[in-house]
Design a protein around this ligand. Structure first.
Ligand code: FAD
Length: 542
């Protein structure tokens, strides 16, 4: 196996074990009515993988570009890139519903080969799914054919190099297939970090972040991914776009912004020039409790509007806080509850604050400013252990999801964002929609990205999985949540559009907005081979 190329089958995060403790399972059974013995799910080995349909000439054209060893037709490689990491994707890998399996996996070795692969695909009527870490949770990497005779996954795993670094300007050029973990390792050798730590950090790639307008857990400090992008190189079937010559420009509309968030529908990002920051030498993470959602969000709003947000600012609603306490279990949770009662906190909302700085002095100044703005909100301090415990477990969610699936839980997340004036209305609407759709569901919510004018809302749902039609069970709930979101906020704050949110895009940008994007797609992808069915499904006809 070539280094950097991940042949593991999907169907789970599969990076280490994260079994659910018995008390957590007992609690879930009590709350959701989960069966003691869930219906078993099928292993990957029983899945049907159709024969590849790639034409002889199409295959020869692709082999001529990348070499036969980088055109994979075997079962595991194709199955391993059949969809992303949503709950529905994972169910499909466990034998529920149908998997869309690509006809081949193509691994180009450099940006020129990517252009040549796209040209060959346009010439031979082959759909192309750009594939980074495959962590999309919105159907972004589903191998839909879009009327083409065949569809390939274009895996960027071999574009895994740091191309150049300019320490003076604090810029790095990374190839698109570099995994976030490798990017941090390569940058650390130069004393830098991107500071981009989404929960998918262990698997996702630089190109995937740019293609989806990703937001990391420390977005308040380091910015969203698009804030870090200084330049971008995009391969298309009709040539290359190479953008970003200066830190700022008045040379017309910013074409980089057309590429960022284009989800593989306009082209394949091959290189990204990114702003980097020195690695923090001093960090401090702390936990606080606030009483009640409205008061708690008012506190975070104050921090944002006084521009004193901690780099990580994450506020859980009472439901999420209670679940965290229930899962902590035992004496510890009991002691926290008693502590809260004594301080008259009736509806605890957990606030995690994390600062990252280059010196003790800088950290102290920033922390003092945050805490000064927090003072009128009467936050109860829990101290460093709670903050550090959150930091320690910040990437464990996807691992726990595998165990929850094994236990028969319907477990999924969704997210949105809106202005402060609408935030509580939106949360109530989405919670209501999910609770009406799913029997005895636990619906948790947190704010993890705050801005001066508003914030994101991130929902986690746990319910007993329906034995009959588990995919339909979730799709109905997701539709209800999306319909609740559409009039009040954005259909996605950072997960992107993919297939799942495509029906709601016109509602957000208007028919004219869709026309503008369709025109761009037609200019860059005239035969409509790029990522069929995603972002702009109606534009696939070419
Ligand atoms: C457990 C879990 C937690 C997550 N947490 C977060 C989070 O905290 N923040 C967040 O923002 N997102 C999160 N996500 C969503 C997902 O990780 C992001 O969308 C991420 O940016 C995708 O990166 P990737 O490399 O895995 O892309 P992929 O999943 O491979 O692709 C995503 C989309 O981008 C396209 N694409 C990928 N690479 C390229 C390229 N080089 N050129 C053009 N198009 C390309 C694909 O075709 C697809 O449409 C999470 C997902 C999971 C499963």
């Amino acid at each position: 196996m070539e280094p950097g190329i991940d042949h593991t089958l999907r169907g789970g995060w599969a990076l280490g074990d994260h079994a659910l403790p018995p008390h957590a399972l007992r609690w879930l059974r009590g709350r959701t009515g989960l069966a003691e013995h869930p219906t078993p799910v099928a292993p990957d080995s029983v899945l049907t993988v159709p024969e590849p349909e790639l034409s002889i000439v199409g295959r020869a054209a692709l082999e001529a570009v990348v070499g036969a060893e980088h055109l994979l037709l075997d079962r595991n490689s194709r199955l391993g890139r059949s969809g992303g990491m949503s709950y529905v994707d994972l169910l499909r890998h466990r034998g529920c519903g149908e998997l869309a399996v690509p006809d081949a996996v193509v691994l180009p070795g450099d940006p020129d080969e990517v252009v040549a692969v796209l040209r060959a695909c346009a010439e031979h009527d082959i759909g192309v799914i750009p594939f980074g870490g495959g962590t999309s949770v919105v159907g972004g990497v589903t191998a839909l054919r879009g009327g083409k005779h065949a569809v390939i996954v274009l895996d960027l795993a071999r574009l895994n190099r740091l191309v150049s670094i300019d320490p003076l300007s604090r810029l790095v050029v990374l190839q698109a297939g570099v995994r976030a973990t490798d990017a941090e390792r390569m940058l650390a050798a130069h004393g830098f970090t991107l500071g981009h730590f989404p929960q998918s950090f262990e698997r996702a790639t630089i190109g995937g972040f740019a293609a989806t307008r990703s937001a990391g857990q420390a977005s308040a400090g380091y910015g969203r991914f698009e804030d870090m992008v200084d330049g971008v190189r995009l391969a298309t079937p009709v040539g290359e776009l190479n953008l970003g010559v200066a830190p700022a420009t008045a040379a017309g509309p910013d074409l980089k912004q057309l590429v960022i968030g284009s989800e593989g529908a306009f082209g394949v990002i091959t290189e990204v020039t990114l702003r980097v920051r020195p690695v923090a030498t001093h960090t401090r993470y702390e936990g606080y409790f606030l009483d009640g959602w409205d008061k708690a969000t008012a506190a975070v709003r104050d921090l944002a509007q006084h521009r004193v947000l901690a780099d990580v600012t994450r506020l859980s609603d009472t439901e999420e806080t209670e679940v965290q306490l229930a899962l902590t279990g035992g004496v510890k949770a009991g002691a926290v509850r008693a502590y809260l009662r004594a301080r008259r906190i009736n509806d605890p909302c957990l606030l995690i604050l994390g600062w990252e700085a280059g010196s003790a002095g800088e950290l102290a100044v920033r922390r003092t400013a945050t805490l000064r703005a927090l003072r009128p909100h009467k936050a109860v301090r829990l101290g460093k252990p709670v903050g550090e415990s959150w930091r320690h477990g910040r990437f464990s969610g996807p691992r726990q999801r595998d165990s929850l699936l094994d236990a028969g839980v319907c477990v999924e997340t969704l997210e949105t964002a809106t202005h402060w004036s609408q935030l509580s209305t939106l949360r109530t609407a989405v919670r209501g929609a999910l609770q009406r759709s799913l029997n005895r569901a636990v619906v948790m919510c947190h704010v993890s990205h705050a801005y001066e004018t508003g914030a994101s809302l991130y929902f986690t749902v746990l319910a007993a999985r329906a034995d009959e039609d588990p995919i339909g069970q979730w799709q109905r709930a997701k539709r209800a949540a999306s319909e609740a979101i559409a009039p009040l906020g954005t259909i996605t704050h950072h997960h992107a559009v993919g297939t799942d949110h495509a029906p709601y895009l016109a509602g957000e940008v208007g028919a004219l907005g869709i026309d503008v994007m369709t025109s761009v797609k037609r200019a860059l992808d005239p035969t409509g081979v790029l990522n069929p069915g995603k972002l702009l499904p109606a534009a696939d006809r070419g």
